[in-house]
Design a binder for this molecule. Sequence first.
Ligand code: 16G
Length: 259
Amino acid sequence: MDASKTIKQYFRTVTAELVNKKSPLPLYYQIEEHIKALIESGELKPGDVLPSERELAESFTISRMTVRQAITNLVNKNLLYRKKGSGTYVSHKKFEQSLHGLTSFSEDMRSRGLDPGNKLIHFELSSPTEELIDHFTLEEDDLVYKIKRIRLANGEPMAIETSYIPVKLLPGLSQKVLSSSLYRYAEEENGIKLGHATQSLEASAATEEDAKHLQLDAGDPVLFIQRETFLEDGAPFELVKSTYRGDKYKYKMNIERLR
Ligand code: 16G
């Protein structure tokens, strides 16, 4: 029996009694709380599909509009998400990423007990653009690597990263090296000393290409992150432009009262 059938059956057998039409609590709220409780108890799991609004309305013996209101509220609280033409699903918990400390993707995934992975989709040595010449203070004939990787956690895509690194900083970098950690290779095999980074985050919408690589729909929310990483001596090491899945990540920072 597949998961959606189990859920459908569950709703069909127990829902009607769970809605108290005489209660002063609005019906949409009662349904909302019921679905929320099923998520909290683990009876509904991340990725489970909910029965359709029509089916829920039938099993609760209420109007579809009331069901829609309950579902919309849960979508707004990020407990459920809708996929166009496919249905309503239970959301996955987001990774809480600290904005304190310079870490690599591989380190972040391992610290969560997940297996980091990479899919290299572009590797090129090319002449730098004006932006890169300025950023890295390069000569016209210096070369830069352009590396585009899909970053995976237990095989699932989390982000697309496009990194630029001056070739003279890591002359031996190859496609093979990039199937594992770039920072490990730079630090442990090349004696590079990473110092600090500046990073900006902004909301954006997945393009068709992002959607294809990240298993999203075009237009879904994503986080656009740009990181400029510097060596201990202050020289620029990498410029990275990344698109992270909005349904997987939230960022956390500690802020202290300014006096
Ligand atoms: C992180 C960094 C990225 C760096 C990569 C190295 C952000 C936004 N980006 O993904 O700049 O290149 O780690 O990861 O945090 P790796 O050592 O696992 O290849």
